[in-house]
Write a protein that binds this ligand. Structure first.
Ligand code: NAD
Length: 417
C-alpha cells in the first residue's frame, strides 16, 4: 500500500495540479499554489497541575494570503501532523475563496490529548500557543477559530492572551468566541444553515420538490442536529432516519427533529427513540431519501458502498465524507453532490461576519446574519453551478476551479507570479 496516497497533503496537492491543468495556469502559479506560503512550528513548554512541565508540539500554517488574512481553526488532536494541517489549510483557502470571502486560508494544530488535560492545563496550553505565535497572528495577518476539540472558551483564553501581549482590545483576532466577548449571533447553526441554503438551490436547478420530501442524517452531532432542524424548518423536509456512532433510528413516516434532538441530549444516543426501528449506519446511507446529509466522519461513502446510495441530493456537511472513487460512482448515478468545502462553508462565513462586527464594534441582529449568509451561499452555489454547466463537470471539480482561479488571479494581480 502506498502511504503517500493517504497523505492528505499529497491529495490536496493533486487537487491543485488537476485544477491548474484545467485552468491552464502558468508554471509559477501552479508551484505557488501547491505549497503553504508560511509554516510555523513551535515547541510549547506547559506547566501541568502536578508541578511538572510537559512539552507540546504545535503548528500554524498560513497557506495562501493573496485574497486576505489567513483564516482557519486550531485542532487539538493526539495524532496531529504537519501534513494534515497543511492539507486542511489548503482546503480552507479554497473554502474561503469559493464563498468569495476576502480571506486566505490557514490552519493550526497542537499534538495533545485534550481528554487528559484539566481545565487549567487547557488554559495554559491555549495561552502558550498564542504566546508562541502572537507576532504572526492578528486581524490583518491570521485569524484562528475553534476546530476539533477546541471550544469558544479556549478561543476566549487565546483572545485574552493576545490582547494582553499587544496591550489593546482586539477581539477580531479570533472567531468562534462566546457571545459575551464579541462572538456573532447565528454562529451555532451556521454550518448546517449554509448547507440547507445550498440544498435549496440545488433542488431548484435540478427540479426537485423538497416540500414533504425525505431526509436522512448520518452523524447526529452538532452540525447534524442543526441540519435536521433547519431541513424541517426551511426546506419542509421530513426526517426519516438519523444516526450516531452507536447506530441509527428509522421511521418512514417521519421523526420529529426537535424531539430527537431532545432525546439525544438526554440519552447521549439516538437509539431507542420511541416509534422508530433500529438501522445501521450503512443501511441509513442506502435509504431512498431525497436528501442525505453525511455529517459524521470522512470516507464513509466509498467505492464499496457508493453504488447502494439512492438519495437525489447528497449535501456533504462533514469534511471529506466521499472518496474520489465513490465520487465518480455517485456522478454516474446522477446524484447531485454538494461538495464539502461549499456545503459546509456557512461556518467560516459567519466567522467572517464575526470579524466584520468586531472591526466595527457594532453587532447585528440574528435576521441580518441569516440573510447575509443566505446571499453568500446562494451566490457561491450559482458560481459553482455555472462553472459545472459551462464545462460539463461535476460540482466538486467546478468548486475547485472557481476557488483556485480566484486565488490564482489574486496572486497574479499582486505581481507574485
Ligand atoms: P460532532 O462531534 O458534534 O458530531 C459528530 C457526530 O457523528 C456525533 O454524533 C457522532 O456520534 C457521530 N459519528 C461518529 N462516528 C460515526 C459513525 N461511524 N457513523 C455515524 N455517526 C458517527 O461534530 P460536528 O461539529 O457536528 O462535525 C461533524 C462533521 O462536520 C465533521 O466532519 C466536521 O469536520 C464537519 N464540519 C463541522 C462544522 C461545524 O461548524 N460544526 C464546520 C465545518 C465542517
Amino acid at each position: 500500500m502506498n502511504a503517500e496516497l493517504f497523505n492528505p497533503f499529497t491529495i490536496a496537492q493533486q487537487q491543485v495540479d488537476h485544477a491548474s491543468e484545467k485552468l491552464e495556469l502558468d508554471e509559477a502559479t501552479r508551484e505557488l499554489l501547491r505549497w503553504p506560503m508560511k509554516e510555523i512550528k513551535a515547541t510549547l513548554p506547559v506547566k501541568m497541575d502536578d508541578g511538572s512541565t510537559k512539552i507540546f508540539h504545535a503548528f500554524r500554517i498560513q497557506y495562501n494570503t493573496a485574497r486576505g488574512p489567513a483564516k482557519g481553526g486550531v485542532r487539538w488532536h493526539p495524532l496531529e501532523t504537519m501534513d494534515t494541517v497543511r492539507a486542511l489549510a489548503a482546503w480552507m483557502t479554497w473554502k474561503t475563496s469559493v464563498v468569495d470571502l476576502p480571506l486566505g486560508g490557514g490552519k493550526g494544530g497542537v499534538v495533545c490529548n485534550p481528554k487528559e488535560l484539566s481545565v487549567t492545563e487547557k488554559e495554559r496550553l491555549a495561552r502558550a500557543y498564542v504566546r508562541a505565535l502572537a507576532r504572526s497572528l492578528g486581524v490583518t495577518k491570521d485569524v484562528p477559530a475553534p476546530d476539533v476539540y477546541t471550544t469558544p472558551q479556549i478561543m476566549a483564553w487565546m483572545m485574552d492572551e493576545y490582547e494582553t501581549i499587544i496591550g489593546e482590545n482586539h477581539p477580531g483576532v479570533i472567531t468562534g468566541k462566546p457571545l459575551a466577548l464579541g462572538g456573532s449571533k447565528g454562529r451555532g447553526d451556521a454550518t448546517a444553515r449554509g448547507g440547507v441554503y445550498v440544498t435549496r438551490e440545488a433542488a431548484a436547478v435540478a427540479g426537485i420538490n423538497l416540500q414533504g420530501a425525505t431526509m436522512a442524517v448520518q452523524g447526529f452531532g452538532n452540525a447534524g442536529q442543526h441540519g435536521a432542524l433547519l431541513g424541517e424548518e426551511i426546506l419542509k423536509l421530513k426526517l426519516v432516519a438519523a444516526s450516531d456512532s452507536k447506530g441509527g433510528v428509522y421511521n418512514p413516516n417521519g421523526i420529529s427533529a426537535e424531539a430527537l434532538v431532545d432525546y439525544k441530549i438526554k440519552n447521549g444516543v439516538v437509539q431507542g427513540f420511541p416509534g422508530t426501528d433500529e438501522i445501521t449506519n450503512e443501511e441509513l446511507l442506502a435509504l431512498p431519501v431525497t436528501v442525505l446529509f453525511p455529517v459524521a466522519l470522512e470516507n464513509v461513502i466509498r467505492a464499496d458502498n457508493a453504488e447502494n446510495l439512492k438519495c437525489r441530493i447528497c449535501c456533504e456537511l462533514a469534511n471529506g465524507p466521499t472518496t474520489p472513487e465513490a465520487d465518480r460512482i455517485l456522478d454516474d448515478k446522477g446524484i447531485f453532490v454538494l461538495p464539502d468545502f461549499l456545503a459546509n462553508a456557512g461556518g467560516v462565513t459567519v466567522s467572517y461576519f464575526e470579524q466584520v462586527q468586531n472591526a466595527y464594534n457594532l453587532y447585528w441582529e440574528l435576521q441580518e446574519v441569516h440573510w447575509r449568509l443566505d446571499k453568500r451561499m446562494t451566490q457561491a452555489f450559482a458560481s459553482v453551478y455555472e462553472m459545472s454547466q459551462r464545462n460539463k463537470i461535476h460540482l466538486r471539480e467546478a468548486a475547485h476551479l472557481v476557488a483556485i482561479a480566484r486565488v490564482a488571479e489574486a496572486c497574479k494581480l499582486r505581481g507574485w507570479v
